[in-house]
Ligand binder design. Structure first.
Ligand SMILES: Cc1cc2nc3c(=O)[nH]c(=O)nc-3n(C[C@H](O)[C@H](O)[C@H](O)COP(=O)(O)OP(=O)(O)OC[C@H]3O[C@@H](n4cnc5c(N)ncnc54)[C@H](O)[C@@H]3O)c2cc1C
Length: 431
């Protein structure tokens, strides 16, 4: 790769820079490259920051002075795809959308679908336990991981998990490594579960007079026994930002937008039932089975982040609350915006209670960070979490003790010491 095309290894998509430049970058091509790098770093006590595509939003892959960056994006082969067992064996640098495309050739799909699916790696998804739009029905990345090949801090290669759908032998170290943000080992291979690709996707798009109405409607879907694959809520400020970017008229149609999709057998029937529930309080509801019309309706969700980012630099936050408290969380975030004088847009994976408050940093980054801290406190007060799907990284580490409590955090740090006795794996991140 030409020097100019190399990523800026000092940061990830959060923009957080720890300071200084890394000692060196190892661009691994083989498992032995990873093993040799870690064995030497372990001997010398040199910190190692593993990196996939660097699309993380928590500073977890940001590398500061004195570190070795271990870039595993070049380990990017799909090794085996078995349509009968419905599994894929992959290297960690495979781009998530490429795996899904390969699965599609066999009538299968890879369920995790973060918004960054076209640019992030499967290894990064595993290390952050990434979620996505379809998580409400198909779960998060952990639910799709059967087995992992992991290089430990001292260079040893272990295999955890199984190639079968069932299996209960021993403690579940696979689940432990998923979401560990490069602090327990380096994932160099994964066996992933694939699912039958839905034959049909049905879409409903509804506008509401208030975000509280939209939040209540999203909860009413579950209460009505419906289980759509996508339930996305977009607030009025975000709709206005999309209008400014695209010349659309969403904000004039309502102060909140809900996108719902059902898939698989019975999708059309389910979306009719969804429309019935939404229609009780929505100002308008449209449904479609046509993919092009669905793509047009989904634009009010798809364009949300680009439209907000077009207004200037932002902090992208990621909290979750019990979904019964979603409306309360939206109202409180808007109140925090008013009280801190910050510009906050919110969209949400509503069925998961997962809100993304996007805070414009503008002329006063300190106010934006104060607002973020209040949002984290709000998440905990409502019985939720400060880190729903983007990881803890460096940026939310100070909140870990408050969320986990001192005993659980101490236990987690002792587990890390077993995996990484000299503390070389992504120190200062996650735990
Ligand atoms: C536009 C946009 C939309 C996004 N939407 C979503 C979303 O909907 N849901 C979501 O969950 N996230 C989302 N993200 C965040 C990000 O894409 C995910 O966190 C993704 O999983 C990171 O993958 P990556 O390859 O870029 O990892 P990186 O950013 O390179 O790394 C992330 C972490 O994983 C570790 N890591 C990477 N590879 C390995 C490995 N092989 N072994 C061990 N550790 C490793 C790194 O050390 C770091 O701690 C979004 C980001 C953007 C920019």
């Amino acid at each position: 790769m030409p020097e100019d095309d190399l990523p800026d290894y000092r940061t990830d998509r959060s923009g957080w820079v720890p300071g200084g430049a890394p000692l060196r970058v190892v661009r691994a091509r083989t498992v032995d490259d990873v093993r040799n790098t870690l064995a030497a770093a372990h001997r010398d006590g040199t910190p190692v920051v593993t990196r996939g595509a660097g699309t993380g939003l928590a500073g977890a892959a940001s590398a500061g002075s004195g570190t070795i960056v271990l870039d595993v994006s070049g380990l990017d082969r799909i090794l085996h795809l078995d349509p009968v067992d419905a599994i894929a064996r992959v290297e960690p640098g495979v781009i998530t959308a490429d795996l899904d495309r390969a699965a599609a050739a066999h009538g299968l799909f890879f369920a995790p679908d973060p918004g960054s699916v076209a640019i992030c790696t499967v290894g990064g998804n595993i290390a952050t336990n990434a979620g996505g739009l379809r998580a409400t029905r198909y779960g998060v990345t952990r639910d799709s991981v059967l087995a992992l090949d992991v290089v430990l801090a001292d260079g040893r290669l272990i295999r955890v998990g199984r190639q079968t759908v069932k299996g209960v032998a021993g403690l579940d170290l696979t689940a432990l490594i998923v979401g560990s943000e490069g602090t327990l080992g380096v994932v160099v291979g994964a066996t992933l579960r694939l699912l039958p690709r839905p034959r049909q996707v049905a879409t409903a798009a509804a506008y509401f007079a208030t975000v509280a109405d939209a939040a209540k409607a999203s909860i009413a879907l579950a209460a009505g026994g419906l289980r759509p694959s996508v339930v996305e809520l977009v607030d009025g400020r975000t709709l206005a930002a999309i209008d400014a970017l695209r010349g659309t008229a969403h904000a004039g149609t309502g102060d909140a937008f809900l996108l719902v999709q059902a898939d698989g057998f019975g999708a059309a029937e389910e979306i009719d039932a969804v429309a019935g529930v939404l229609g009780r309080t929505a100002t308008s509801v449209r449904t479609t089975l046509d993919p092009d019309t669905a793509a047009a309706l989904a634009a009010a969700r798809r364009d949300a982040l680009p439209a907000i980012e077009a207004k200037g630099p932002v902090l992208i936050e990621d909290i979750a609350v019990p979904r019964s408290r979603l409306g309360e969380a939206f109202d409180e975030v808007h109140r925090i915006a008013a009280e801190t004088g910050t510009d906050i847009h919110v969209f949400a994976h509503a069925a998961d209670g997962n809100l993304h408050p996007i805070i414009r940093t503008g002329d006063d980054p300190a106010a934006a960070h104060r607002a973020a801290d209040r949002i984290f406190a709000l998440a905990l007060d409502l019985g939720g979490t400060v880190a729903a799907e983007h990881g803890v990284g460096a940026l939310k580490r100070s909140w870990m003790e408050r969320e986990l409590g001192p005993d659980v955090l101490a236990l987690q740090r002792r587990i890390k010491e077993i995996f990484d006795p000299t503390g070389i794996l992504n120190p200062g991140k996650a735990l």
